[in-house]
Design a protein around this ligand. Structure first.
Ligand SMILES: *[C@@H]1O[C@H](CO)[C@@H](O)[C@H](O)[C@H]1NC(C)=O
Ligand SMILES: *[C@@H]1O[C@H](CO)[C@@H](O)[C@H](O)[C@H]1NC(C)=O
Ligand SMILES: *[C@@H]1O[C@H](CO)[C@@H](O)[C@H](O)[C@H]1NC(C)=O
Length: 419
């Protein structure tokens, strides 16, 4: 245990500790916390200790946290007052605790809190205060998240895996976010990547098991830092690598556990220049398509990670069945329809281009006519043969009357009539 420092609110007697009796009081208070919390207006003290958790790459991490143990609160979470021997602690965790929301007094007392660990606390809603940089809120029942002022410029890592989120509208304004884990929120459904458009520093996005059936990418600008994208265990049936064109640094893509039977990857190197691995196993691939796809990816040095294949046939060590080739055919028909749609789009675009060109041509034509008019004004008879030009110039030098517009005007009329 580190040296116990006087709290910032040194005027409050509960928070001003002196070393000799601090631990005794802590022990007594911690012991009493669980018993007394059922009453209201209780003081809960955390214990500053080494705390084990996992980092953004699932590596074990140990850090000093002030840990509250066994905090049980009902729907009225305002009853408890959360304190520590020092209120300067920046990292706070709850263990073996249960409350529908983080009690507001925690944020009031720990006003410099940067990391909050509230996994498995039965939370139903979550409030993210302005200074928080990392929030571990997985395995709760969270359906609503609220950001202080609807935005945070501090939040770098947000773990909301295993919750009940139904939308991300409140989570779009997070410009400092680097890691967003939304795994296992099956009520989220289809998500447009445009929702992450402001997270320009995002390098890890986990959308495993969110109930996504199709990919929508309305991003206006690329997410230039994204390197890891997990879309596994969803209900995707079709993927075109074009859908990932806005992630120029994407290295690892997880697509396993979907319902994929068709993937278009012919431009993979152009559209995903940094890609190193695409996990595609555990999908109902038809062996025919898989053979071509696997070759396409492997020929470009992309690792196709695979699982174990017990009963099915395997191609490139990825399971597939010959039966689903029927689906491939169906899908090819669907693709043909889509191609036809694309063709019609092309025709429409060509028509628009054509109109544009015609208008441009008309404009040039008018300009030319004007030029001719101007030219004939200065040189009275443009139909003159070269040998007659000398005479024309001489004539012009001798008299001004030729610059009168009568002849050119008729020329112009002739031009228009010729159309
Ligand atoms: C979004 O935030 C507002 C307040 O800003 C809150 O009332 C609402 O419950 C939140 N909704 C969700 C779905 O998180
Ligand atoms: C926060 O954002 C949500 C969703 O965009 C919106 O419904 C809510 O009104 C916003 N709240 C504030 C305080 O701006
Ligand atoms: C023709 O002459 C007029 C008047 O001198 C001038 O304003 C116009 O720009 C000229 N047109 C062209 C196409 O040069």
């Amino acid at each position: 245990m580190p040296a116990v420092r006087p709290g910032r609110r040194a005027n409050r007697s509960e928070t001003t500790w002196s070393r000799p009796w601090a631990s005794v009081v802590l022990v007594v208070l911690l012991f009493g916390a669980k018993l007394t919390l059922e009453a209201t207006g209780e003081i809960v003290i955390c214990n500053y200790e080494k705390f084990h958790l996992f980092d953004s790459m699932y590596r074990p991490r140990t850090d000093n946290f002030c840990v509250f143990n066994d905090v049980y609160l009902g729907s009225d979470v305002k009853g408890a007052d959360f304190l520590a021997s020092s209120l300067d602690y920046k990292r706070v965790a709850f263990a073996n605790s249960k409350f529908p929301q983080v009690p507001p007094s925690l944020f009031k007392n720990f006003d410099d809190i940067r990391e909050l660990y509230v996994r498995r606390c039965s939370l139903e809603s979550l409030k993210i205060t302005r200074l928080l940089e990392k929030v571990y809120a997985g395995s709760n029942r969270i359906s609503a998240v609220q950001l202080d002022g609807n935005a945070s410029n501090s939040l770098r890592e947000l773990y909301l895996d295993g919750n009940r989120l139904q939308g991300l509208a409140n989570l779009t304004n997070l410009p400092a976010l680097e890691v967003l884990v939304l795994e296992n929120n099956p009520l989220l459904g289809d998500i447009d990547f445009a929702q992450f458009g402001r997270m320009e520093r995002l390098w890890k996005l986990d959308l495993e098991r969110v109930g996504m059936a199709r990919i929508a990418n309305g991003l206006q600008r690329p997410l230039a830092q994204l390197r890891r994208l997990d879309l596994s265990n969803n209900a995707l049936t079709y993927v075109h690598v074009r859908m990932f064109r806005t992630f120029p640094k994407l290295e690892h893509l997880w697509l396993h556990g979907n319902r994929l039977y068709y993937m278009e990857a012919d431009q993979v190197r152009t559209l995903m220049p940094a890609i190193r691995s695409i996990v595609i196993d555990d999908n109902p691939w038809g062996c025919g398509h898989l053979a071509a796809l696997g070759k396409e990816l492997r020929d470009r040095g992309i690792v196709v990670r695979h699982g174990e294949c017990r009963k099915d046939r395997a191609v490139h060590r990825v399971c597939c069945t010959d039966e689903t080739d029927v689906m491939d055919t169906r899908y090819l028909i669907e693709l043909d329809i889509r191609r036809e749609g694309r063709f019609q789009q092309d025709v429409r675009e060509l028509r628009a281009d054509n109109d544009l060109l015609r208008r441009e041509l008309e404009r040039v034509h008018l300009q030319l006519a004007e030029l001719v008019t101007n030219f004939t004004r200065s040189t009275p008879d443009p139909s003159d043969r070269p040998e007659q030009l000398v005479a024309t110039v001489e004539e012009q030098a001798s008299g001004e009357e030729q610059q009168d517009g009568s002849i050119p005007a008729s020329d112009e009329e002739y031009d228009e009539g010729a159309e």
